[in-house]
Design a binder for this molecule. Structure first.
Ligand SMILES: [Fe+2]
Length: 186
């Protein structure tokens, strides 16, 4: 599979979890009894899959290949993507912290909602920009032979850093979160 196609297929899984997160946050906002651990589990997925498997491939392999092919890192679209990855990590950390206090701190609910919705809207537009602007740019700038090396770099990263079976574990978590979120429909 082409390097950017691999990343786009991961975007579809991330979008699935974002939809589940929005469903649960919407339920919480409207008085539905959402399991507090749900938000922690979403944070685990984001940390392990969106940041662990996916953003590492972008930051550590694709963006590097793009910059070596002449796309500027600072100030350009890559710099913007890196900044948004950082913002996403901040939302995730705050959502996890607030969710841990959901049962005994009344202000925690607002903080969970703010960071859950903040993450969802950030990531949706971030993914759209990557799919429509950044990845087509990568396809144009990175020479075909180098494209193959990028895909191999992704595989190496999954094998060496992420570990065998981890990707599958997160796919199963995404499916479980989607199924659970259906209970939180308002
Ligand atoms: Fe991405």
């Amino acid at each position: 599979m082409k390097a950017t196609d691999i990343l786009m297929s991961e975007h579809r899984v991330i979008e699935q979890v974002i939809a589940a997160l929005e469903m649960a946050a919407n339920g919480l906002e409207h008085g539905v009894d959402v399991r507090p651990g749900f938000f922690g589990d979403v944070a685990d997925f984001i940390k392990g899959f969106a940041d662990g498997c996916h953003h590492k491939k972008e930051e550590g392999v694709l963006f590097v290949a793009m910059s070596e092919s002449g796309v500027p890192v600072q100030g350009g679209p890559i710099g913007m993507m890196l900044y948004e990855h950082e913002q996403g990590r901040l939302y995730t950390r705050r959502m996890r912290e607030a969710a841990a206090n959901l049962s005994d701190d009344p202000s925690a609910r607002e903080a969970v909602l703010e960071n859950a919705f903040g993450y969802a809207s950030l990531l949706k537009q971030h993914i759209l920009k990557e799919d429509r602007i950044l990845f087509p740019m990568a396809d144009r700038f990175i020479p075909p032979a180098e494209q193959e090396a990028v895909a191999e770099g992704f595989e190496r990263l999954e094998h060496d850093e992420t570990g065998a079976g981890v990707h599958e574990k997160y796919l199963a978590l995404a499916a479980a979160l989607t199924q659970e979120s259906a209970r939180y429909t308002v």
